[in-house]
Write a protein that binds this ligand. Structure first.
Ligand code: PEP
Length: 234
């Protein structure tokens, strides 16, 4: 069984979500399906998919205009939240320390954080891919998660660019993440691959060792693109 998580980013509408939920209703799969939608579309009624958010405040409450706490997400129906997505790190300066604090807040409110790590093109070209991934895992995950977490490996240079690493590169990265998690006492934590996953590469990517599912951006917006990914593996 795999985990297929969609990240709608700042796209969609409540009507589009309803349309996706209708399309997913009869999909024949044992896989876990998650839809991470904008705050305004959160709902306790996810239908066939579990609903997730795309970010959470590091704070519990108070004078933080525009922010949304984990407790608020939970009461709006979120069961998952993406933390440390590349676009949050790039446009909002989120560091591993901030990401870890957000993950802690999610866990404390019974929300499963999907903790993203991955290297930029500059880091890749400087030969730092492995060290960035390892420090991302060690520093972004709470020291004692005491709850379920999901890790997502997203090579930042490949997101939304139609680029994908080779199968060997994905395998090497996921092996490192699995070993790092094991050394932290977190063996068995699901690890997703994300960046430019489509219907025509999903099966191959999910057959790579230590890949427990995928995090999908652009191809999660339309049922015709998303369903072939969900059904790529039974
Ligand atoms: C993402 O935003 O997490 C992502 C993987 O995007 P895309 O699939 O569009 O590359």
């Amino acid at each position: 069984m795999k985990i297929i998580a969609g990240n709608w980013k700042m796209n969609g509408s409540s009507d589009a979500l309803k349309n996706m939920q209708d399309a997913l209703r009869d999909v024949d799969t044992q896989n876990t399906v998650i839809l991470c939608v904008p705050f305004t579309m959160l709902t306790p009624d996810g239908g066939r998919a579990a609903i997730g958010a795309q970010d959470v405040s590091a704070h519990d409450h108070g004078a933080f205009t525009g922010e949304v706490s984990a407790q608020m997400l939970r009461s709006a129906g979120a069961k998952y939240v993406i933390v440390g997505h590349s676009e949050r790190r790039m446009y909002h300066g989120e560091t591993n320390d901030i990401v870890r604090t957000k993950a802690e807040s999610a866990i404390a409110n019974d929300i499963i954080p999907i903790i993203c790590v991955g290297e930029t093109m500059d880091e890749k070209q400087a030969g730092k891919t492995m060290s960035v991934i390892e420090s991302g895992v060690r520093e972004s995950i709470p020291s004692d998660p005491r709850g379920k977490i999901i890790v997502a490996y997203e090579p930042r240079w490949a997101i939304g660019a139609g680029l994908t690493p080779t199968a060997a590169e994905i395998a090497t990265a996921h092996e490192l993440i699995a070993k790092t998690l094991e050394s932290m006492g977190l063996g068995g934590t699901p690890v997703l691959y994300g960046a430019s996953v489509k219907g025509n590469n999903a099966a191959e990517i999910m057959s790579i060792p230590n890949v427990d599912g995928v995090l999908v951006g652009g191809a999660s917006l339309k049922p015709d693109d998303f369903i072939p990914i969900i059904t790529a593996v039974k």
